[in-house]
Design a protein around this ligand. Structure first.
Ligand SMILES: NC(=O)c1ccc[n+]([C@@H]2O[C@H](COP(=O)([O-])OP(=O)(O)OC[C@H]3O[C@@H](n4cnc5c(N)ncnc54)[C@H](OP(=O)(O)O)[C@@H]3O)[C@@H](O)[C@H]2O)c1
Length: 386
């Protein structure tokens, strides 16, 4: 029986994770979980799973929460870190969104816990440091992102030196067939309707700009120790092939399933073991077409900017990520247009003086600087009426 903590249990990945964990209640005990603001759902999850402790990061939500004797209620980032470091905990699942996931991820690894990670921002910002720390502590970092789960599975069929390249598939998001000139008038509601996946708002917007795929390139670079020029992106609108590995003998190994995040979540929990479940199997006779195309880099410049940030190295990916988080928030608040997102990220990155071999503190400072710079750019653009 493993004791598991789910950070961000009220989100899309968090809810799916609790559902998978309840299918395997004989193998896992839900020790704790967390929310930011959704304390109503947290209350229901407490009743259902009776955890030892939970964390609430939003102050108002924490102060208003009805406490009981059975479950300890923790507050803030310190609460998330405590959840990750309790001696009884075996596995931490990080399903937080954004750079808030960074410190809890490090706390989990530092405390010797295996870490199953959906929070790609941690790997984008500080993947090198995290992987190094995980090796030092002899703990596993297990991807939950469906693309990286697919790559992990495909890599089991060969040796690392036999890999020619990793191929990350992308649905292409809701604007795959829109003209470039139409993108500036995209409404928030349109950007939030993803054709194949149901996800939180931030990743849904990232999927529409294709920033998500660029972030996944950086994530793959760190997880699989693969240079950027060996990581390719292919648009595959049906989201059936979740990613592929091309080997030097010309073999292409792909992992396929219906698009359902419960499948990669379960794989992260048991990897490399496979257990029977009620997940819907893929019926290939029902899949009419599997199509592939090159991404349109001009229409979706976020892809290129992610490759550039990876190439720049050091603090650049942290700056890219923070500027993107801020720009996506501004887009969701209707302060900027859809195409402004990438322009703001690009301008912020351009103004950044990269620091090589940064420490965790340097990365946190770069994240802070980037948010201020992106905010300044957003404000200056609205002043001149852009
Ligand atoms: N959704 C997917 O299918 C999918 C697939 C692959 C990878 N991912 C990655 O998984 C991560 C989570 O995505 P998601 O779609 O599950 O996001 P989501 O639905 O927005 O859920 C995010 C979770 O994090 C919590 N949270 C948000 N802001 C926080 C803060 N400032 N402090 C502490 N907790 C905070 C949320 O609490 P509240 O409920 O109170 O807001 C919620 O529990 C992201 O990194 C995403 O890129 C997601």
């Amino acid at each position: 029986m493993k004791n598991v903590v789910v950070l961000g249990s009220t989100g899309s990945i968090g809810r799916n994770t609790l559902s998978v964990l309840s299918d395997f209640a004989d193998r896992f005990k839900v020790f704790g979980f967390s929310t930011n603001t959704n304390t109503d759902l947290l209350q229901k999850q407490i009743q259902r799973f009776q955890p030892q402790m939970v964390a609430i990061t939003d102050r108002k939500g924490f102060e208003a929460f009805q406490k009981t004797d059975e479950t300890e209620i923790l507050f803030g980032i310190a609460g998330l870190k405590k959840l990750c470091s309790e001696p009884e905990v075996d596995l931490v699942i990080n399903a937080l969104v954004g750079s808030v996931g960074l410190l809890p991820s490090f706390e989990a690894v530092e405390s010797g816990k295996d870490l199953a990670i959906a929070n790609k921002e941690t790997l984008v910002i500080a993947g090198g440091l995290l992987i190094r720390k995980a090796k030092e502590k002899n703990v596993r970092i297990l991807p939950i992102d469906s693309e990286h789960s697919a790559i992990l599975q495909c890599l089991l069929t060969g040796k690392k030196e036999e890999v020619r390249r990793l191929i990350l598939t992308a649905s292409g998001g809701p604007f795959l067939d829109r003209k470039k000139e139409d993108l500036k008038n995209i409404k928030v509601k349109e950007a939030l309707s993803h054709p194949t996946w149901e996800m939180g708002k931030k990743i849904t917007v990232d999927s529409a700009t294709l920033m998500n795929k660029g972030l996944e390139v950086i994530e793959a670079h760190w997880l699989f120790d693969m240079p950027a020029d060996k990581i390719r992106i292919l648009i595959h609108p049906q989201s059936i092939i979740h990613s592929m590995v091309e080997f030097v003998d010309g073999s292409l190994i792909a992992q396929m399933s219906v698009p359902d995040m419960k499948i990669p979540i379960q794989y992260a929990l048991f990897c490399p073991e496979r257990l029977p479940t009620n997940n819907r199997p893929l019926d290939l006779t029902q899949v009419k077409n599997l199509t592939f195309e090159e991404p349109d880099q001009e229409k979706f410049p976020c892809l290129e900017i992610c490759y550039q940030a990876l190439e720049m190295g050091g603090t650049a990916p942290a700056v890219l990520n923070a500027a993107n988080e801020l720009a996506v928030k501004a887009f969701l608040e209707e302060k900027i247009s859809f195409v402004d997102i990438c322009e703001i990220v690009t301008a912020t990155l351009k103004h950044h003086q990269v620091m090589e071999n940064p420490s965790l503190d340097d990365i946190l400072n770069a994240d802070k600087w980037s948010r201020q710079e992106a905010e300044r750019i957003i404000n200056s653009r609205s002043e001149v009426g852009m």
